[in-house]
Write a protein that binds this ligand. Structure first.
Ligand SMILES: NC(=O)c1ccc[n+]([C@@H]2O[C@H](COP(=O)([O-])OP(=O)(O)OC[C@H]3O[C@@H](n4cnc5c(N)ncnc54)[C@H](OP(=O)(O)O)[C@@H]3O)[C@@H](O)[C@H]2O)c1
Length: 283
């Protein structure tokens, strides 16, 4: 099976390419130097023949998107449209990665795959538009929404906390944002399993099982570092203002995975404990 990965040098892209190569697939890894997804001619030129195209390219700077929504829209919505049109033309399946930020976080029960989206900020609006662009441009797609991603090959929350813990005696972390920390290596494996199983076109949620908050996640990170988790103190999101709103509840349902016979990613803490040596090897 011939795969093309677009955004291959990013945090998820790096682990995805490794997983696909390990599984013996023919993979063409592309990033900005090889294809600019905001340029239709570039997309049409670069995406020539493939069975599967995975779009992991994105404008992911959530706060910057508030001031640069047009730039974010180009990468997160227009680019996926060009990719979807091209995939339809060459007969490739498109796997597109989306986010919990398409929801506003006001729910108290896991967000369903086919529930209405209602983003609260610019990044989420552009990612929701990307989902619509894909769905309206091709019939052969898998949209995988993920959240709270961490990986060995990118700036991520555990690395930031590990760094801060070397400089500060206490870490003040929010308790009132709930979600599912997800390892990029696990998500890469899930993408492979979804494609190999030829699941029906639709939206799937690619997050760890269970739920936690940033405070408890930070305590787990400190424990993995051999530090006292009591150095992590509690605060609330209200005391920690940032330009873009964060969803207070980001737990995603895995119903569509189960319906398709795909095992969801395991419990967030078990997966963190497995991932920690690789993530904390370098921060
Ligand atoms: N990180 C998270 O916590 C999180 C949570 C939920 C969902 N997601 C989604 O997961 C996916 C992967 O995220 P990630 O954290 O791996 O992202 P990332 O590390 O920022 O990687 C994105 C890659 O896309 C490239 N790119 C940007 N604009 C491009 C363009 N116009 N054409 C081609 N490539 C371009 C970037 O290159 P440059 O670096 O040179 O710009 C980068 O290599 C994204 O769809 C994101 O929205 C992430």
């Amino acid at each position: 099976m011939r795969w093309m990965v677009v955004g291959a040098k990013g945090m998820l892209g790096t682990d995805l390419v490794s997983r696909l190569v390990e599984a013996g697939h023919d993979v063409l890894a592309m990033d900005k130097d090889e294809v600019d997804i905001t340029n239709e001619a570039s997309v049409d030129h670069a995406i020539d023949s493939a069975d599967v195209v995975v779009n992991v390219a994105a404008f992911t700077a959530v706060d910057a998107a508030e001031e640069r929504e047009a730039d974010a829209f180009l990468v997160n919505a227009v680019g996926p449209q060009y990719l979807a049109r091209r995939c339809k033309k060459i007969g490739a399946r498109l796997v597109h990665i989306s986010t919990d930020y398409v929801f506003n976080g006001s729910s108290s029960t896991p967000y369903l795959e086919n529930g209405a989206v209602a983003p609260a900020g610019a990044y989420g609006r552009t990612k929701a538009a990307g989902e619509w662009a894909v769905q309206s441009s091709t019939d052969d797609y898998i949209i995988v929404r993920t959240a709270w991603l961490y990986g060995a090959n990118g700036a991520c929350f555990p690395k930031t906390m590990a760094r801060l813990s070397e400089k500060m005696e206490k870490l003040s972390v929010v308790t009132d944002e709930v979600g599912q920390p997800t390892w990029t290596a696990d998500l890469a494996d899930l993408i492979l399993r979804l494609v190999e199983a030829t699941v029906p076109s639709g939206i799937y949620h690619g997050t760890s099982s269970g739920r936690t908050n940033w405070h408890a996640f930070t305590q787990a990170i400190m424990t993995s570092m051999g530090k006292d988790p009591a150095i992590v103190t509690e605060t609330t999101a209200a005391a920690f203002q940032r330009p873009a709103p964060r969803p207070s509840f980001s737990v995603l349902s895995h119903n569509q995975l189960v319906a398709a016979g795909i095992e969801p990613i395991g419990n967030w803490l078990e997966r963190w404990n497995e991932a920690a040596p690789a993530i904390l090897a370098d921060y």
